[in-house]
Ligand binder design. Structure first.
Ligand code: ZN
Ligand code: ZN
Length: 342
């Protein structure tokens, strides 16, 4: 969290906790202008700024595709990559593995599972088209305004070298975006929803605020535009990448053995979801970035059943039995980052 953010949030907390009465007096004295001031103080302007940035990138993507008459076909291919039969089969298989070898035994209809199923529906309806337009929009904006990043020299590289290098660089950009989510308070407000899950399962991969994806997609597009200008990574490779990123939330103790030193395993990622400290194991698919910056902690099988969620429940969660389960709570969880922190 940045210092400025802490100051703003501390000021807001002080206002809500102890200064409400004088504030109310000022509002009464200042009439309508005072009331308007109080209303604005209840909103997080940085959240609206991120929403505005997302609209700009999505707009650029949609405009580019409409100009080329390819909006429908590109949205369909986005679906084919991000909801591929292979990914659906993986989610089903992981769900079965969770029943047979659970890290933490729980009912199939646990509140966390039901709520995350709502996020799966949101992902299919809203997030997949959003991700597709973010990728196209970021690539279009970068090509138009930062064409100098395109390395035409790499075009002579053979595909067996260029594609893996691009995917590794893309994973590094995703790591950086994830690191920023944890370091910058205004991004953390959106990422916290993902970490709020106290009953981790394979469905938690889809439990994310739609606006959480903006920085990751913009950053991850940079190496793609730089290394493979005008070309695309084969859809099957994107699907494989997404599959590995999805499996890591499964409620199993798998460490992947020696492969888990390089590829993020469910046990490795579960340590990142630990209740008290989320500063380790930030890797999205590869662990190398965590190793390079000293943030990797490789798990034992015993680590794979640690408690998850956020201490103090800063985000409303379904494990609070007083809250309604389903779309109403989902709406409350999505609105939460737009409220100034109390
Ligand atoms: Zn995280
Ligand atoms: Zn996660």
């Amino acid at each position: 969290m940045s210092g400025a953010q802490v100051q703003v949030q501390t000021a807001a907390a002080g206002f809500h906790a102890g200064l409400a009465a004088p504030g109310q007096q000022r509002a009464a004295a200042g009439g309508e202008a005072g009331i308007r001031r109080l209303w604005w103080r209840r909103l997080s302007l940085s959240a609206f700024a991120l929403a505005g940035l997302t609209v700009i990138v999505v707009w650029a993507g949609a405009a580019e595709l409409l100009r080329a008459g390819r909006l429908e076909s590109v949205l369909a291919s986005g679906w084919a990559q991000l909801a591929a039969p292979g990914l659906i089969a993986l989610v089903v298989a992981a769900g079965m593995a969770e029943r047979i070898w659970p890290a933490e035994p729980r009912s199939v209809l646990a509140r966390g599972h039901v709520q995350d199923a709502c996020y799966l529906a949101l992902h299919a309806i809203v997030v997949i088209p959003l991700m597709t337009l973010l990728s196209v929009g970021a690539a279009a904006l970068l090509s138009d305004h930062a064409g100098w990043i395109e390395l035409h020299r790499t075009q002579t590289w053979p595909a067996w070298l260029l594609v893996p290098v691009t995917i590794v660089a893309m994973d590094g950009a995703n790591w950086l975006a994830h690191y920023a989510d944890h370091r910058l308070g205004w991004l953390w407000r959106f990422h916290a929803l993902h970490h709020s899950q106290e009953e981790l399962s394979v469905l938690t991969s889809f439990r994310a605020h739609p606006l959480m994806h903006t920085t990751g997609f913009v950053l991850a597009t940079i190496p793609v535009v730089a290394l493979m200008p005008g070309r695309a990574i084969a859809p099957v490779l994107i699907t494989v990448y997404v599959c590995i990123g999805t499996l890591q939330h499964a409620n199993v103790r798998w460490t992947f053995g020696p492969v888990g030193r390089v590829i993020v395993s469910p046990a490795y990622h579960r340590l990142h979801h630990a209740r008290e400290d989320q500063g380790i194991n930030l890797g999205v698919v590869l662990t190398i970035w965590d190793v390079l910056v000293g943030r990797a902690r490789f798990p034992s099988r015993a680590d794979a059943a640690g408690r998850t969620g956020l201490a103090g429940r800063p985000v409303p969660v379904e494990q609070d039995a007083a809250l309604p389960l389903g779309p109403l709570l989902l709406a409350g969880q999505l609105i939460e980052p737009f409220q100034a922190q109390r």
